[in-house]
Write a protein that binds this ligand. Sequence first.
Ligand SMILES: Cc1ncc(C[n+]2csc(CCOP(=O)(O)OP(=O)(O)O)c2C)c(N)n1
Ligand SMILES: [Mg+2]
Length: 738
Amino acid sequence: MTPATDTYALLAAFVDELARCGMRAACTSPGSRCAPLVLSLAREPRLRCFSHVDERCAGFFALGLAKASGLPVAVACTSGTAAAELLPAAIEAREARVPLLLLTADRPPELRENGAGQAIDQLKLFGNAVKWFFEVGVHEAHEQSLRWMRTLACRAYWTTLEGRPGAVHLNFPLREPLVSEEEPPQDGGGRPNGLPYVVRRPHAPRGAPAAASALATLVADARRGVLVAGRHERATPLGHAGAAFAAAAGWPLLADPLSGARRGEAAIAHYDALLREPSFLAGVTPDLILRVGDLPVSKPLRSWLAGLSRVRQVALDPEAAWQDPGAVLYDSLALEPASALSRLASWLADASTPSSRVEEDWLAIWRSADERAAEAILGEFADHQISEPAAAAELGVLLPEHATLFVASSMPVRDIETFWPVRADPPRVLCNRGASGIDGTISSALGAAAAADGPVVLLIGDVAFAHDIGGLLAVRRLGLKLTIVLLDNGGGGIFDFLAISRSQMARAGRTAASTPGAEADMALDDEDIYTRHVATPTGLDFARAAALYGLSHERVEDVFAFRSALERSLDGTHESSIIEVRGERNANVELHRRIWEAVSRSLRMRRLRWRRSSRPAPSTSHGRAPRAPGSGAPPGSAARRRRRAWDASARPARARPSAPPAGRGSGSRGAGCSRSARARAPARRSPRSRAGAACARSVAPRSHAPRDSSRCEAAARRGGRRRPGRRCDGSNRPARAY
Ligand SMILES: Cc1ncc(C[n+]2csc(CCOP(=O)(O)OP(=O)(O)O)c2C)c(N)n1
Ligand SMILES: [Mg+2]
C-alpha cells in the first residue's frame, strides 16, 4: 500500500465507526490538506454530507443540525485559520451542551514551525471550549492500528454525548500524497451486524432514588410552589412533563418558550411583564422554586429569583450545568427533569397520595394576572401595525405545531419570551443562547432546517442577519428551505433600552480630528458615537441580499400582510424567503415601555386582591385538579366576569374586529377571515397553513393564544371542520381562549 492508501484505509475505518455509532450528518469545507478527511466523509453513504465554503458557517450549521437532531455532527476543515473559524461554534456547543465532532486537518510534525505554508499551532486550538482534544498522529494501516482507529472514533463520538454534551476536537496530521488512486482495502475489522466497535452506556446517577424522594417531600410540603423552566432544546419530553406536573401540583409554570414547556393549564405566558410590577411581586412570594433547564432569558425573572435567596430553590440538573448566577440555589439534584417531573405528576395524581398543602388560590392568582397582562398587551396591539412584539406574538399563534422557530439573540429571543402565548402543542423553539452570540444565526437555522421534519422559521434582527449573511449561501448550494422574518430596526435595537443610548458621552459627536485621515473619516460621519459604534445600523438593502442568494423578499407593512406572507412562505411549494419588518429602534423602546406600563396599570388595579392572597391560607388541600382562570374568584366577581368575557371572545362575532379592512391582505383570506368564513371556504389553503391560520383566528388578536391549537391542527389534518364557537377537540363545550 502507498502512504496515501494507508491514510484512506484508516479514515474509512474511522468514518465507518462514526456511522455505526449513529452519526448521520457531517459538514465539509474545501482545502487540499483536508481532502482525505473530506473525501472519506463524503463517500460514506450513511452520512448526509453538507458542503460549505466558509468554515465558520460550517461550524454553526453543524451546531444547528446537532441541536435539532440531538445527534453529534462532524465538521471537517483544512489547516490554518480555517480551523480557527470553528472556535465560535465550539464555544456555543460547550455553553449550550451540543454534541459536535471537530476534525481539523494539519501539517505533519516535520512541516510545523518552520515556515511551511498554512501551518499554525492547532494543538488544543479550542482550549476549554472542547471536552476532549486528541492529536491523532500519522500511522500505517495494519490490523492493530485499524482497530485503534475504530476505538478512537467510538470514543470521540460517545464523548460528545456523555455527561455534559459538547464538542470534541481531533487533529489529523496528514502527509502527502493526499490523494490515492487505489481504493482503500476493506479492513473487515468492524463488529458483526453493523454494531459499533465499542458501545458506551451512560451510568445511572448514584443516589437518584434518594434525590427523587427528597424532592417529593419538598413538593408535598410546599404551599406556594413555582416551576421555572428554561432553555432545554433536547428532544426529551420536558414540555409535557413540566406542564403535567405544574397542573397536578397547582403550581404556576414560568416557562421560557425555549424549554418547550409553555403549555398546559398552569403555564403563565407573561411572567416577564408581570414580574416588573412591584405590587404584584409583593403578593406572590413563593416558598419553593423548582428549576429545570437553563435559566430563562427574562431579566425580571432572573432578578426575582436572585432576590429570593431565603426561598428554597432546587435545580434538577443532571449535567451539572450550575445555572445559578444569583448564588441562591439550595439543592442541585442530578435528576433527569422530564422523567422526574412525570413521576411526580403521576404520584400527585394518585388517589393514595396525601393531599397537597398548596394554598387555595395560588395558581388562580397567577392565571388571573396573566389574563390581565394578555388583555393589556392586546390593547397595545389594537392598531394592527406590525411591530417587533406583534411579529413575535403572531408567530406564537400562527406557526403550526410541527414547525421549528429558530430565534436570534438580542430582542427577538426576548420578545418571544414576553409575547409568546400558551399553547397546547407549541412549535419547537431553538436559539444560540449558550454564549448568546449574534454570530452564525442564519447558518444554525439552516442546519436546523436540514434536520427538521416540518418548516423552519428564523426570527432575526438586522445586525445578526448582516453578521452571518454569507450563511445564506447554503440555501441554494444545499437546496434548503428557510423562512426568515427579518426585523430591520436600523441597528442593534437592544442597546436603545440601555443607559448607553442616553449617555451624553456616547451621544456627542466626535472631538476635532487630530490624526491624519481622521478628517475625511469624520466627514463621512454624521452619526453620533452611539449610533455609529454601538447601534451600528447596517445601511443594507436586504432585498438585494435576497436576490444575491436566491431568496424571495417581501416587506410587510401591517399584521395582515405579515400573516399572508408567512402563510405563503410556509406553504410547502415555495422557495426560501425573507419577510422584512421595518421598524425603528426608538419606537420599539417606546412600544415596549407602553406595554409594560399597561400591564402594570392593569395589575395595580387589582393589587388589593394580590395583597389579600399574600396572607397565609388555611392548610387545606387545594384539590389538585387544574382550575380555570377566574375560578378561584367568588361568583359575580370581576374575575368571573372577565372569564365569561374571554369565553365569549372566542366566538366569531368577537374575532371579526381583527379581520382586514376590505382589499387588504387579499392573498390570505384565511389569515384574516372570521372563523365562520373560514369554515365556509377552507379548501383553498393547504391543511397545514389552514390550521395555523384557523387557530390564530380563534383567538387573534389575543396574544394569549389558543391552548387548544394542536387539537385544531389535528382536526384540520383529519380534514375535519370546526363549528364556529365550538372546540376543535370535538367536544360540544364552547371554544375558549384558555
Ligand atoms: C458575536 C457577537 N457580537 C456582538 C454581540 C453584542 N450584541 C448583542 S445584541 C447586538 C445587536 C443585535 O442587533 P440586531 O440583530 O439588529 O437585533 P436587535 O438588537 O435590533 O433586536 C450585539 C452587537 C454579540 N452578542 N455577539
Ligand atoms: Mg436590529
